[in-house]
Ligand binder design. Structure first.
Ligand SMILES: Cc1cc2nc3c(=O)[nH]c(=O)nc-3n(C[C@H](O)[C@H](O)[C@H](O)COP(=O)(O)OP(=O)(O)OC[C@H]3O[C@@H](n4cnc5c(N)ncnc54)[C@H](O)[C@@H]3O)c2cc1C
Length: 259
């Protein structure tokens, strides 16, 4: 959030865009996929909130660069009141989510859906799980164990997907979509942050499609195996802290962490 240096300038900006103070102006796709610039001048015209983000690759600017540019372009925007910049923690949640009197929830625990960086739902789930665990007389460690056994598999599975698809080139990704290997149901499941509903009926068309692109089979088989194993390992997250080291090394090896 920033102060407004020149209230008349801020109000003129809102008027020119047809938005009232207090309303959010949201621009998406201004610097590549997933990029956003949201601006809101407060009701009294004294402050401005600016939210930006992007995938800073392929020559696109970072969220911070978009924000800095917006501030440079609008001299009526004043000094920063609070806020900062950083990368969304795109990985599976940390193996340890509790310590001596401390529990991690939300971005602090990397509880962010790895496929697209949404963290609000995961943070709410974690906060509820933590509150329910403590209210039932459990310890912080019980929250950590419950998280991994209940949700860890889903997040680790999508981390495997993220690692796989972020290494695909445009052509391969296009072929996968065109052949229907990633179809509407799978894309929907990703948006809903659940595992895709694979049924027996959905598999034969995909097997037939793969006959047209057999080169995709090893990569797909590898990620499918990782998804299954990550879910199994998460369900087996150890209650005994002494077994955690081996579990963490196993999960890291499975997902290909650079350790
Ligand atoms: C551009 C952008 C778009 C996004 N879009 C979506 C979306 O559409 N859907 C979705 O689910 N997620 C989205 N996310 C991710 C989501 O915003 C985060 O995952 C979520 O806000 C994390 O919540 P949190 O409470 O863990 O952390 P935060 O929301 O970052 O909250 C942490 C708070 O702690 C404060 N703080 C930090 N240090 C200190 C300190 N030392 N003392 C006191 N306070 C401190 C910070 O000021 C902040 O208010 C988006 C993120 C970005 C950057």
């Amino acid at each position: 959030m920033r102060a407004v240096r020149d209230r008349a300038g801020a109000l003129a900006y809102c008027e020119a865009l047809g938005i009232a103070p207090g309303e959010v102006l949201a621009r998406v796709g201004l610097a590549g996929g997933f990029s956003v610039l949201n601006v809101r001048v407060s009701d009294d015209g004294e402050r401005i909130s600016i939210l930006t983000g992007s995938i800073p690759a392929l020559g696109f600017p970072s969220g911070k660069a978009i924000l800095d540019q917006f501030v440079r372009d609008h001299p009526w925007v004043g000094d920063r009141i609070f806020g900062g910049a950083g990368a969304i923690p795109l990985r599976r949640p940390y193996d340890r989510l509790s310590g001596d009197g401390v529990a991690l929830i939300g971005d602090a625990g990397c509880q962010v859906f790895p496929a697209h960086g949404s963290g609000i739902g995961a943070g709410i789930l974690a906060a509820k799980l933590l509150a329910d665990t403590l209210a039932a007389g459990g310890a912080l460690r019980d929250y950590e164990v419950a998280w991994h056994r209940r949700w860890g598999g889903l997040f680790a599975a999508y981390d495997a997907v993220r690692r796989w698809n972020s290494e695909l080139d445009d052509e391969t990704l296009g072929a996968i979509m065109e052949l229907g290997l990633i179809d509407g149901d799978i894309a929907r499941a990703g948006l809903d942050q659940v595992l895709p509903p694979f049924t027996l009926a959905s598999l034969p068309p995909k097997a037939r499609a793969l006959r047209h692109a057999p080169q995709l089979l090893p990569g797909l088989a590898k990620v499918a195996a990782r998804i299954g194993a990550a879910q199994l390992m998460s369900a087996l997250y150890p209650r005994n802290v002494r077994a955690l080291g081996a579990w963490s090394r196993g999960m890291a090896r499975l997902l290909g962490d650079r350790i």
